[in-house]
Ligand binder design. Structure first.
Ligand SMILES: [Fe+2]
Ligand SMILES: [Fe+2]
Length: 187
C-alpha cells in the first residue's frame, strides 16, 4: 500500500493514488458491463428473430465497448495497475448477463436498470470528487455517466419493471455491484 501523495491542484484531499483508483475501478466496471451484455446476447441471440430489446442491448454493448476502450487507453497511458480481479469479473459479468437473460428479456432489462442505478451514483460521485483536477478524465466520465443514464431509461422503456421479482432481483444486483466496486478500487 502506497502512502498519501500530495493533493492535486484545485482539489484538496484528492491525490494521484485516488485518481488511479478511480481509473482502476472504472476500467473494471466497464469491462464487467461489457461481459454482462455479452452474456445476455449469448442467450438472447439464440432466438431466431431479434426483438427490439435484443437490438437495444446490442447498441448498449457497443457503447460499453467504447467506454472500456477509452478507460483501457487511460490505464495504459498512465501506467495504472489494472484490477487483479479481472478474471473474476470476466466470469461473474458473463454469468450475471446469461442468468438474467435466461429469466427472460425483461429480467435482462431489469439487470441493466440495477447496474446503471449503481453506476449513475458512482460516476456522479467521482465527477464531483474530481472537481477541476483532471479535465481529461472528467470529460470522459461526464460522457459515460450520460450514456449509462440513457441505458437505464432505455431498459425501463423495454419493460424492465415488469420483470418477475423485479424488486428482489434489482436489489440483489445493486448489492453485488456495490461490492464489486469497492473490491476493484482496492484490489
Ligand atoms: Fe459504460
Ligand atoms: Fe451502461
Amino acid at each position: 500500500m502506497r502512502g498519501k501523495r500530495p493533493s492535486l491542484p484545485g482539489t484538496p484531499g484528492l491525490d494521484a493514488n485516488d485518481v488511479e483508483a478511480m481509473i482502476r475501478v472504472d476500467h473494471a466496471g466497464e469491462f464487467g458491463a461489457l461481459r454482462i451484455y455479452e452474456g445476455q446476447l449469448a442467450i438472447l441471440s439464440r432466438s431466431p428473430r431479434a426483438s427490439a430489446g435484443t437490438e437495444a442491448i446490442k447498441r448498449m454493448a457497443e457503447q460499453e465497448r467504447t467506454h472500456f476502450d477509452a478507460l483501457d487507453k487511460l490505464v495504459k497511458d498512465r501506467a495504472v495497475r489494472p484490477t487483479a480481479l479481472e478474471p473474476v469479473w470476466h466470469l461473474a459479468g458473463f454469468a450475471l448477463g446469461a442468468a438474467t437473460a435466461l429469466m427472460g428479456e425483461k429480467a435482462a432489462m431489469a439487470c441493466t436498470v440495477a447496474v446503471e442505478d449503481v453506476i449513475d451514483e458512482h460516476y456522479a460521485h467521482q465527477i464531483e470528487r474530481l472537481g477541476d483536477s483532471d479535465p481529461e478524465l472528467k470529460k470522459a466520465l461526464v460522457k459515460f455517466h450520460q450514456d449509462e443514464c440513457e441505458h437505464r431509461d432505455e431498459a425501463l422503456e423495454h419493460g424492465a419493471a415488469e420483470a418477475p421479482g423485479y424488486e428482489l432481483l434489482t436489489s440483489a444486483i445493486r448489492l453485488s455491484c456495490r461490492i464489486a466496486i469497492s473490491l476493484s478500487e482496492r484490489l
